[in-house]
Every structure is written in structure tokens, then in C-alpha cells.
Design a protein around this ligand. Structure first.
Ligand SMILES: Nc1ncnc2c1ncn2[C@@H]1O[C@H](COP(=O)(O)OP(=O)(O)OP(=O)(O)O)[C@@H](O)[C@H]1O
Ligand SMILES: [Mg+2]
Length: 644
């Protein structure tokens, strides 16, 4: 068994001397006290402490001065003699609860007495009315907690924090008592942002050397962006030891860091949790926040940086350290991943690249917005039948998205144009020409999830609040790395100047916001409209790629008919009878959507009659399809094979 700490023995000696002094009157009386005796004793002037008590109290002071841990605590928490005694008694009762019986004995009580300021006053001989209050270091540093709701009554019992007690008992594991506090792994890997690290260290060191103010390094970024790691690396780079502390631990966290001589690295997940500033001149604290903090405390120099986005090269380096040199799965190569995403994806990669991609998708899609609907993307390039120039424009767009990151990151063009890193495209053209489908093809080709936003709905549902909704929407799209299709873009993007009603007035403000936001949008946004002519030129100028969809010409119509109406099923069963695709394409000026819906209607009709699909059924279906739009079927060459 190891010996009790010297200070604890010294406290016991005070107890011994105090007990002897309490017993003295009984000894004089030659019998145990009666109630009358006790009352008389209470009303006597308080007797002076015996020489033994005084000597024992001094010995406590000496053992405390000789203990380096006590000295550190006293210095950090600025404890005067009385508060040291208060802490010594609280800690003694914590580590040796039998001391509460001694307190009871001194008070002539039958049940154990938990340490209260009154009990401490009696124990240490403090003058009546003298006790630690709110200004005391014991309270300010939360070394102990009151066990009653009203902390400042003299009879309120207090309990020392368990980690402080362990610290004073010279235990090595004391700092492990607080969950969330941890010493980061010194081998946290290579720094992802070496230039920033140098810049930060060069700014911080002279302030610390000068030592006339405290210094707070603030690093702003999203959770998972590597803030904590960078702050840890910074602390080590300037020769200090970091201790990661959760913000909700408050002053206890700072206390632990100071007792250890470490630099607290605060991680503030909620803006409502204030960090306890270390205002000691020359002290360093590091704080990771999601948004820059407003006010700076007095006496603190705050230096603030933002964690950069991980560029492609750094991301690849991280991939290779996390996966022992396996390249990232193709599905994730172009994603704008944070360091935490990379680590997770790397852990999931052994299960297959698609598992890794879906793990990240799910992680990113924590919040889902009601105004966004996921769109299935079952099509590939061969399904989309468009004129060559449209096809070329779409492929160029696909390429641009792929190349954006390579050009901006690998070739460092992001410096030149820090705001343009997303891709915005406008698909204009009549209904049914494949605008939505083209977005689906692109999303599938780029392996991105596609979400559709009905702008008309956003505008109508959230009058006056559209801007807020749009802000959420853009943020969400950036965060989740999805492709977003703003359908019915004209609902918002009409002429800005035409103000007809309150709706329009709101819409004007919203468009200004939208234009601004689109400039900095990091994702891929496609706007689709049937009324490109109504769009404001100011708006069109900001769109990077404009694709004009036109109704299909004869060659495309032919291809559309062929795809919609193959002669046989994949199993080889016949489907059509004497259908002349060439004739259909030449005679009927239909859009892709119309061709598909006519083919489908004819198929139903044929199935119902137990026949194959033939030209008569197709013309009938066409008549009905055209009638929906108030048009009638006109055929100039009415002799296709099989027509009655
Ligand atoms: N160019 C095309 N190639 C192949 N199929 C097409 C084409 N255009 C339309 N389609 C078919 O029609 C359906 C509807 O087309 P889509 O929704 O893409 O039209 P849209 O241009 O977005 O029309 P709207 O302006 O009414 O939204 C598609 O799912 C597809 O089946
Ligand atoms: Mg559409």
C-alpha cells in the first residue's frame, strides 16, 4: 500500500488536535457533555485555538507548499490560504469519507456531516462569517460543486471534483476523468495544408514570445474539414502540447489544460456554447468553429483563419495514406470530399467502390429538403436522341464538370477565380424535347444523384421566404454533392423589372439573391425552362452553358420511333406489324415525349385487342395525343403500308 499524501496526513493532524481541543471541556468536567453543557459551550466566546491546532494548521500549509501539484493548482486558480484549507478539507472528505464522522463529532452531531463552509470554519478556525464566496477560485474554476441549490449558505455541503481530487492525490490518470478530453495522437500524419500551417505559426509565435496578451487561434470550417488536426499540428509546430477539449466542459476544460500545461484545442459544435477564454498574457488557445466568432474578449488577440477546401492533390495524398496507396474509387474521384469523408470512404472502400460512394452520399444527405425530389436516372447517352449540336453541347457540359476540378485544383486556377467552381447550365426549349432527360443522362454519366426542385412550388409555397429556402437549398446541394435541376426556372427568372403584385416584388429580391448565390455556387445546377425568351438577360449572362433544345427533326424522330417501337421484344416475340418508322418520322412532327407516349398508348390498345401494334393503332394514338394540345392530325402522304 502506498503512503497517504503528506497533506492528507497533515489534515488528519489538524483533526486530531481539533478533537482534543473539543474534548478538553468534558475532561475538565470529568463527564460526557449534557445538552445543557453543549448549549453553554455554544454561547461562550469562541475559545482561542490551542497551540497544537495552530501548529497542525501550519503544517498543512507547509505540506501544500512542498507539493508541486498543490502549488500548480494554487497558482492557476489563485487560491488564498483560506481557499487552500477549504480545498484540503473537501478533498480529504472525498478520499477518506470517514472524515465526515470527525466533522460530525466536532459538531456534536450524531450523523456524518458533509463538508460545508460552516464545518470548514469550525475545523480550520476561520472567523465567523468568513467563507469562500462566488469570487473564490474554488468556485470560479469549479474545483468543487455545491450539493444544494443555494450554494452560498454556510450549511450547504460541497463536493470536490473527482479529477481535482485525483490530481491532488498524485494520481497519473486524473486527466482521464473528463469524457471528451484527449491528447491527440502525435502521429496524426502529414499536414494537409502545410502553407497555411506555416503562415499560422509565423503569426502566432511572435505574439506568444512578446507575452503581453493572450492569443486565440480561431479556425473556421465545417465539422470533418480537418480543423482539429490542423490546430493540433499548429500547437506542436510551435513546441507546445495540444489537448482536445469539448466546448461544453467549459472552465473545467481550461482548468485541466492549464494543470497539464497543455494548449486547449476547443471544438465548438454549437455556436451557443461559449469557449472559456484564456486571458493570461502569453497563453495560447486554439478554437475550431463553424462560423467566425463575434466579440473578442479583452486581453486576447484573436487570429482567425478558414480551413481551405481540400484540393485535389491533397485529397489524393490523403487517399493514398488512408488506403495504403489505393487510388480513390472512380465514383468518388471528383467529389469535393472533406478529410473526414476521405477517411470514412477509405474505410468503406474494401467493400467495393460503390459501397464507399453510397456511404458518403448517405453521410452527406443528413438533411433532406421537402422542395427537392430525387429523380431516377435510368438513361445513358444512347437513349437521348437529339440533334448533333445539342449532343455536342451536352458532352461539352459533361466534360466541363469533369474538368472543373482538375483545372481549378490541379492547375491552380482556383486562385484566379476563387468564386467560380461550380457549373451552371440552362436547358431551354419546348416541352417534351428531352431537357429533363438530358439532366438524367448527365447525372448518370457523372455518377451523381439528381434532385429536382420545382421553383414554382418554392415561390408559391414560401412567399417572402423564398430566399431563405433557396439559401438552404443551395447549401444543401453543395454539401451533398448532388446535381440539382431547377425545373420551371421561369417561375423565378422572369423579367426582373416587371412588378405586378407582391409576389413579383418578392421575386425581384429573390432573383438578386439567386444571381449572387449562383455566382458562388460550388455544385452543378441545371435550370430548365420552356420560356427562355422571358428570361432576364442579366440572368442569362451568368449561366455558363446554355443548351437550346429543339423539337427533333426527321432523322431524330426516326431514331425515336425505332427505340420506342422495336419490332421484337428482347426475348424475340414480335411486337409490331408493318410499322414504317421512316414514314412515321417524316409525316408526324412530334417531340420525343409525344412519340414515347403514342407508342405506349398504341401498345396498350394492341394488347387489349390481342393484336400486334400496327400503323392504324399508332395513328389513332397520335390523333388523341395531338388533340390534348388542340391540334389535328394532318398527313400529306397517306399511304404507309398497313394503313386502311
Ligand atoms: N430527345 C429525346 N430522346 C429520347 N427520349 C426523349 C427525348 N425527349 C423526350 N424524350 C422522352 O420523353 C420523356 C419526357 O421528356 P422530358 O421530360 O425530358 O422533356 P422536357 O424537355 O423536360 O419537357 P418539359 O419542358 O415538359 O419538362 C423522356 O423521359 C423521354 O422518355
Ligand atoms: Mg422537364
Amino acid at each position: 500500500m502506498t503512503a497517504a499524501p503528506k497533506w492528507l496526513d497533515a489534515v488528519r493532524e489538524v483533526a486530531r488536535a481539533r478533537v482534543d481541543q473539543t474534548r478538553a471541556p468534558w475532561m475538565r468536567r470529568g463527564r460526557a457533555n449534557t445538552v445543557h453543557d453543549s448549549i453553554d459551550d455554544i454561547l461562550e466566546p469562541t475559545p482561542a485555538d490551542s497551540d497544537e491546532v495552530n501548529a497542525a494548521v501550519d503544517r498543512v500549509a507547509n505540506t501544500v507548499s512542498a507539493s508541486s501539484r498543490w502549488q500548480r493548482l494554487v497558482e492557476i486558480c489563485e487560491l488564498p490560504r483560506r481557499d487552500i484549507q477549504w480545498m484540503a478539507l473537501l478533498t480529504a472528505c472525498e478520499v477518506d469519507p470517514r472524515m465526515t464522522r470527525v466533522l460530525a463529532y466536532l459538531d456534536d452531531a450524531s450523523m456524518p456531516v458533509e463538508p460545508s463552509p460552516a464545518a470548514a470554519a469550525q475545523f480550520w478556525g476561520w472567523p465567523p462569517g468568513d467563507q469562500p464566496g462566488p469570487a473564490s477560485g474554488v468556485y470560479r474554476w469549479r474545483l468543487a460543486t455545491a450539493l444544494d441549490p443555494d450554494p452560498w449558505r454556510s450549511s450547504t455541503a460541497w463536493a470536490v471534483d473527482a479529477d481535482v481530487a485525483a490530481y491532488l492525490c498524485a494520481r497519473d490518470d486524473w486527466a482521464g476523468y473528463r469524457p471528451g478530453l484527449r491528447q491527440p495522437d502525435p502521429n496524426s500524419g502529414e499536414c494537409l495544408y502545410p502553407n497555411l500551417l506555416d503562415e499560422m505559426a509565423a503569426a502566432v509565435s511572435p505574439i506568444l514570445d512578446r507575452g503581453t496578451a493572450a492569443c486565440e487561434v480561431e479556425l473556421v470550417g465545417e465539422p470533418g474539414s480537418g480543423r482539429r488536426t490542423l490546430l493540433t499540428q499548429l500547437t506542436r509546430a510551435i513546441g507546445l502540447t495540444p489537448l482536445v477539449v469539448p466546448a461544453d466542459l467549459g472552465v473545467r476544460a481550461l482548468r485541466t489544460a492549464r494543470l497539464r500545461g497543455d494548449v486547449p484545442v476547443w471544438v465548438v459544435d454549437s455556436p451557443d456554447t461559449p469557449v472559456v477564454p484564456d486571458t493570461r498574457p502569453g497563453a495560447l488557445s486554439a478554437v475550431a468553429r463553424e462560423a467566425p466568432s463575434g466579440a473578442t474578449p479583452d486581453g486576447v488577440v484573436r487570429l482567425s483563419w478558414r480551413v481551405p477546401r481540400l484540393d485535389r492533390a491533397a485529397r489524393d495524398r490523403l487517399w493514398s495514406t488512408c488506403t495504403a496507396h489505393t487510388p480513390p474509387p472512380a465514383a468518388l474521384e471528383d467529389w469535393d470530399l472533406s478529410p473526414a469523408d476521405v477517411a470514412l470512404a477509405a474505410a468503406a472502400t474494401p467493400a467495393g467502390p460503390h459501397v464507399a460512394a453510397s456511404v458518403i452520399r448517405r453521410r452527406r444527405r443528413a438533411v433532406s429538403l421537402t422542395t427537392m425530389t430525387p429523380l431516377e436516372c435510368p438513361y445513358d447517352w444512347s437513349d437521348l436522341i437529339v440533334a448533333d449540336q445539342i449532343d455536342a453541347a451536352l458532352h461539352a457540359l459533361d466534360n466541363q464538370v469533369r474538368l472543373t476540378r482538375e483545372v481549378l485544383d490541379d492547375w491552380e486556377f482556383r486562385r484566379l477565380c476563387p468564386t467560380t467552381s461550380g457549373v451552371t447550365a440552362l436547358f431551354g426549349g419546348p416541352s417534351g424535347t428531352g431537357k429533363t432527360m438530358a439532366a438524367q443522362v448527365l447525372a448518370a454519366s457523372l455518377d451523381l444523384d439528381l434532385y429536382r426542385v420545382d421553383l414554382a412550388e418554392v415561390v408559391n409555397k414560401y412567399v417572402g421566404e423564398t430566399e431563405k429556402r433557396l439559401a438552404q437549398l443551395f447549401d444543401e446541394c453543395e454539401r451533398t454533392n448532388v446535381m440539382v435541376l431547377f425545373d420551371e426556372a421561369d417561375a423565378l427568372f422572369g423579367q426582373r423589372t416587371r412588378v405586378r403584385d407582391a409576389h413579383d416584388r418578392f421575386a425581384n429580391i429573390e432573383i438578386d439573391y439567386l444571381l449572387q448565390r449562383m455566382d458562388t455556387f460550388r455544385g452543378i445546377a441545371i435550370l430548365a425552362t420552356n420560356r427562355k425568351g422571358d428570361l432576364d438577360p442579366a440572368f442569362l449572362r451568368r449561366i455558363q452553358v446554355i443548351v437550346d433544345f429543339v423539337p427533333p427533326a426527321e432523322p431524330q424522330r426516326r431514331r425515336l420511333w425505332e427505340l420506342a417501337l422495336p419490332s421484337h421484344t428482347s426475348a424475340g416475340a414480335p411486337l409490331t406489324r408493318q410499322v414504317d418508322h421512316q414514314w412515321l418520322a417524316r409525316e408526324l412532327e412530334l417531340t420525343g415525349a409525344q412519340i414515347k407516349s403514342i407508342a405506349l398508348a398504341a401498345a396498350f390498345a394492341a394488347r387489349q385487342r390481342g393484336e400486334l401494334i400496327d400503323a392504324a393503332l399508332l395513328l389513332e394514338a397520335t390523333r388523341r395525343e395531338l388533340a390534348k394540345h388542340g391540334e389535328i392530325l394532318r398527313v400529306t402522304d397517306p399511304t404507309p403500308a398497313g394503313l386502311p
